[in-house]
Design a protein around this ligand. Structure first.
Ligand SMILES: C[S@@+](CC[C@H](N)C(=O)[O-])C[C@H]1O[C@@H](n2cnc3c(N)ncnc32)[C@H](O)[C@@H]1O
Length: 226
């Protein structure tokens, strides 16, 4: 899908791929491209993970929920290859992957399609002049709201306090979303059945505190179409 609006700021290529990862990528990436709609058959629940890194969280979710469907977006080729190698010998009917800017894929999804979107440890872009690169923005929230079902979840996590504050401020200011936190320390408490990402594990070892920011798409809002 060629699109002049692509905005990718992070790296796409790292170390050369080893043979097994290269094979998994060559074999599975073309097979697992999202169609329109993304899956040929319908699933009751469909989830998306944006920026899945090496995909440990996504593969764990898939293994725990075999009758639900998952779409993963990760532009970093080494991350994508690691994930595809990991799931190579498993059933693939319920997984689709996108190796590019997640926003392009979100723009192509049907409305009211997803039960939830995971955005876990997105790039923090700490410099003020780079804040506009952050994936959580009013424009992107409007795009997420369109593709989420009413009551669908936007599940965000970070251990960068400034980014946590940014994400809460952005999502709280957006008319389509409401914060599910009921008590002040909810966002510091690991949600039940939470799967830790590799990034979160590293942060915890280094003594960093993770924030869990879970918003819902309001049921009565009709977000603008794109
Ligand atoms: C800090 S890493 C976190 C990886 C993983 N979620 C974790 O928690 O371990 C952020 C990831 O977001 C990906 N990313 C950055 N911009 C993206 C975009 N526009 N669409 C999809 N993924 C993106 C990067 O390639 C990177 O793998």
């Amino acid at each position: 899908m060629a699109n002049p609006k692509r905005r990718l700021y992070g790296r796409r290529l790292g170390r050369p791929l080893n043979a097994q990862r290269r094979e998994a990528l060559d074999e599975l990436l073309p097979k697992l491209q999202p169609g329109s709609p993304p899956f040929p058959q319908s699933f009751e629940k469909v989830w998306m993970e944006i920026g899945f890194g090496n995909g440990e969280h996504l593969s764990a979710l898939m293994r725990q929920n075999l009758d639900e469907a998952f779409i993963g977006a990760e532009p970093f080729i080494n991350g994508m290859a690691a994930f595809l190698k990991d799931i190579r010998d498993e059933p693939h009917e319920n997984i689709r992957v996108w190796m590019d800017d997640a926003i392009l894929l979100v723009e192509s999804l049907p409305s009211d399609y997803l039960n939830g979107i995971y955005v876990l440890n997105p790039d923090p872009w700490p410099k003020a002049r780079h804040h506009k690169r952050r994936i959580i923005s009013q424009d992107n929230l409007t795009k997420f709201a369109r593709v989420l079902k009413p009551g669908g979840a936007l599940i965000m996590a970070t251990d960068v306090d400034d980014l946590a504050e940014w994400m809460v401020t952005q999502a709280s200011a957006h008319p389509a979303f409401e914060w599910t936190a009921e008590q002040a320390d909810d966002w510091r408490t690991t949600p039940e059945n939470w799967i830790k990402t590799r990034y979160e594990e590293k942060g915890a070892k280094a003594g960093r505190q993770q924030s869990y920011l879970i918003f819902e798409k309001k049921t009565a809002t009709a977000p603008s179409s794109h």
